[in-house]
Design a protein around this ligand. Structure first.
Ligand code: SF4
Ligand code: SF4
Length: 497
């Protein structure tokens, strides 16, 4: 069992205190609103014919695209869904649902399809409008997130925004299966004999405040689990938002959070069908993002949509549309194809020269696995590899752009610092945090660790899979292509070029 951080001196009291989280979420919410404000109306520098001058010097786009989006990858790597604990949007949605209609989400929306569509729309807006390059577009995205959070909070039950519209939450759900961090009950026997069930019952209580000689009582309802989990029944960390409501509500101090071995949840169950769709889209997008630094490989990757667009006589917009379809669906599905074919081949049996009358005595073939059912399992060993690739991208981005932070803080609009660095040359552009000679080895180690973990993951999943060793071989075959692709990119980019 992991060391229970909730019982450790100092850190335990800090984690168990609701105000720790309230203040963290409030700070994050203020930061989000400030980021929207800093980016508002900041598109370019008037009179300067440069496409995206404020991409890194503006505080809004710098904080959001460099620190926020990349930083949470490292949080997910080590702590799974811990970011959800301090996410201001989830918190706001929960707060508003107290006064809202608290409708249940329709059943047809309770899957990963809406969030997959949001991910695709985000990718489309990056391709078509380059939203990551302009602070005003970033500000609009942030403002839209806030508005949708408010709407979801007022209409639906707590955290509907997270389930419906937050791709980050779905990404964390995948990575939480691998990360060495979890929330569980300390002793399921205590839960079995627990009368209060306060962790799931949305308990109500009177709270007292002393004002001089007067005591004021306030009646309040404590938040229950926003995703309807029963702590004693949690077996994997994919769905738990780590909001800690159950830990705060439990009157037996029977909830623990802490570190555990890597990959702990991977062998419990395959991905859900719609979650596999989300995984494929993410897999395709990260893989093509990775190829940005290896031009020849990237050209090869986009050869098919390029040729198709030419054949159809489509312009840039048509090509972009085909590219998104290719990146988000066809390419990742093709990358899983060799593994699925291996599984199919393992089901073949041969018998030499049997007389026709004996063929009827042959055992019936085992039920063959359809592509989608196989993909739900084959995706599991790919998760550590994808996480490693994601962490590499985040590390490289933070390393290259972190140096802009002091300039962006000094001049949130980014205009003055851009002009000083690039037009008047009175200020040098910031360098990297870690020198390239060290970074390249860090990147290689991170990627190799991901590949090794992926092989261990394949072994773990194959132990519970009905096809056993055949699945292990199929999973290894599935890993070959993306691992080779990521390794080739890193070697070409950081060691050869
Ligand atoms: S987690 Fe705590 S409140 Fe919930 S059933 Fe177990 S002992 Fe009871
Ligand atoms: S199980 Fe506990 S920590 Fe996890 S989402 Fe539910 S209430 Fe929050």
């Amino acid at each position: 069992m992991p060391v229970n951080l909730l019982t450790r001196p100092y850190i335990g009291r800090l984690l168990a205190n609701r105000w720790t989280w309230r203040l963290s979420r409030l700070t994050a919410l203020c930061l989000l609103v400030a980021m929207a404000a800093w980016g508002w109306h900041q598109h370019a520098i008037p009179g300067l014919a440069v496409r995206d001058p404020l991409m890194y010097t503006n505080l809004s786009s710098h904080l959001f695209w460099v620190w926020w989006l990349m930083g949470i990858v490292f949080v997910a790597l080590l702590f799974g869904r811990l970011w959800c604990t301090v996410c201001p949007l989830g918190w706001l949605s929960g707060l508003l649902s107290r006064i809202g209609l608290r409708r249940e989400l329709p059943v047809w929306l309770q899957n990963f399809i809406p969030v997959t569509l949001v991910l695709v729309v985000l990718q489309l807006s990056i391709y078509f409008f380059a939203i990551h390059r302009y602070p005003d577009y970033t500000a609009v995205v942030l403002a839209l997130c806030l508005l949708l959070t408010i709407a979801a909070g007022l209409i639906f039950r707590p955290r509907a925004f997270c389930t419906l519209l937050c791709p980050a939450g779905a990404v964390f759900g995948l990575y939480a299966r691998v990360a060495p961090f979890q929330l569980r009950v300390c002793d399921s026997g205590v839960c079995a004999s627990c009368d209060s069930q306060r962790c799931i019952a949305e308990p109500q209580e009177w709270q007292s405040y002393r004002l001089g000689g007067t005591i004021v009582y306030r009646h309040r309802r404590l938040d229950g689990c926003p995703v309807d989990l029963v702590p004693a029944e949690i077996s994997d960390s994919a769905d738990c938002l780590l909001c800690l409501n159950c830990a705060h509500n439990c009157d037996k101090e029977n909830i623990q959070i802490g570190f555990r071995p890597w990959l702990a949840d991977l062998d419990l169950r395959g991905l859900r069908s719609s979650e596999t769709l989300f995984f494929l889209v993410l897999f395709g997008m990260l893989t093509t993002n990775f190829s940005k630094v290896y031009v020849e490989l990237r050209q090869g990757l986009f050869w098919l949509p390029e040729q198709t667009a030419q054949l159809l006589g489509w312009g840039v917009s048509g090509y972009n549309l085909l590219a998104v379809l290719w990146v988000a669906l066809l390419l990742p599905a093709l990358m899983l194809l060799p593994g699925w074919l291996t599984l199919q081949l393992s089901g073949l049996r041969h018998h030499v020269a049997l007389p026709p009358e004996q063929t009827s005595t042959l055992p019936l073939p085992e039920k063959s696995t359809g592509f989608w059912a196989a993909a739900c399992d084959l995706a599991l060993p790919l998760i550590p590899l994808l996480l490693a690739a994601h962490a590499v991208l985040a590390l490289v981005k933070i390393n290259a752009k972190a140096g802009y932070l002091p300039f962006a803080i000094a001049d949130p609009s980014g205009v003055q610092s851009y002009l000083a660095m690039n037009v008047m040359h009175t200020m040098a552009a910031p360098g990297v945090l870690i020198p390239l000679d060290i970074l390249k080895w860090l990147v290689l180690l991170l990627l190799l660790a991901g590949i090794v973990l992926a092989i261990f993951a394949a072994r773990r999943v194959s132990r519970r899979h009905p096809d056993g060793m055949a699945f292990f071989v199929a999973a290894l075959v599935t890993l070959v292509l993306p691992s080779g692709f990521y390794l080739a990119t890193v070697i070409q980019w950081l060691f050869v070029r």
